[in-house]
Design a protein around this ligand. Structure first.
Ligand code: COA
Length: 195
């Protein structure tokens, strides 16, 4: 059956270019993951809060290497993308990325975490805003959404501070280690105003 609406973005919109490096400000940038980031990623996943809210742990160096290596293929599949948030010495402080990319709808979901030592300085907000800016102005996306457990107050505050309006609560929609969690939805549209 023919579609009656043209895709918002054609296939190849992301894969036609290399995943970009995105400067945030002096001393903070987003860049694609590299193989030699695997030890930093493994250490990050030792954090109980990252395990709790991302519902995964990392059991060894092989898993960490597989994690860093997966993103090249995902970029070319145009399904998801992840950037390392790096400091002035190019060391990973966290990750921010796009999940569930739908070029047909020009939409994606956001994901983020910071290593414990990097929290509480507004870095996640800056990284989220830099990725949002690139997604709307360079990648041509129209809608970015994110969802967090209603028990994750830091994620809610970050989403709100980055201009992602609250859209409601999906009750009992995601299972965590302690059972079903209500998920709070936030989103920002390209038309919501300057970043
Ligand atoms: C979510 C996360 C990236 C935020 O990192 P951050 O930028 O360092 O955030 P901060 O610690 O500066 O906190 C951001 C806001 O949340 C508030 N906050 C932080 N921890 C909080 C808590 N436990 N309860 C309530 N509010 C909290 C801060 O006061 C701040 O609010 P403010 O802007 O009014 O000062 C970080 O906490 C993290 O990596 N958490 C684990 C992984 C995770 O939750 N990922 C998201 C899954 S949806």
């Amino acid at each position: 059956m023919p579609l009656l609406v043209a895709p918002a973005l054609p296939a190849g919109s992301l894969a036609a270019q290399e995943q970009p490096h995105l400067p945030v400000r002096p001393g903070l940038a987003l860049r694609p993951w590299r193989d030699d980031d695997a030890p930093a990623v493994r250490a990050a996943f030792d954090c109980p809060r990252i395990q709790r809210w991302h519902v995964r742990r990392m059991d060894g160096d092989d898993e960490a290497r597989a994690w860093t290596a997966q993103w090249v293929g995902r970029w070319h599949d145009e399904t998801s993308a992840s950037w390392a948030i790096v400091d002035a010495d190019d060391r990973p402080l966290g990750q921010v990325g796009l999940r569930g990319v739908l070029l047909v709808e020009a939409s994606a979901q956001l994901s983020y975490w910071l290593v414990p030592a990097a929290r509480g300085q507004g870095l996640a907000t800056e990284a989220l805003l830099a990725l949002t800016r690139w997604s709307f102005t360079r990648a041509g996306l129209h809608r970015l959404a994110l969802e967090h457990s209603t028990a994750n107050a830091a994620s809610c505050r970050l989403a709100t501070r980055a201009g992602f309006a609250e859209e409601g609560v999906a009750r009992g929609s995601v299972r965590h280690s302690d059972g079903w969690h209500d998920m709070h939805l936030h989103a920002r549209l390209r038309t919501d105003g300057p970043i």
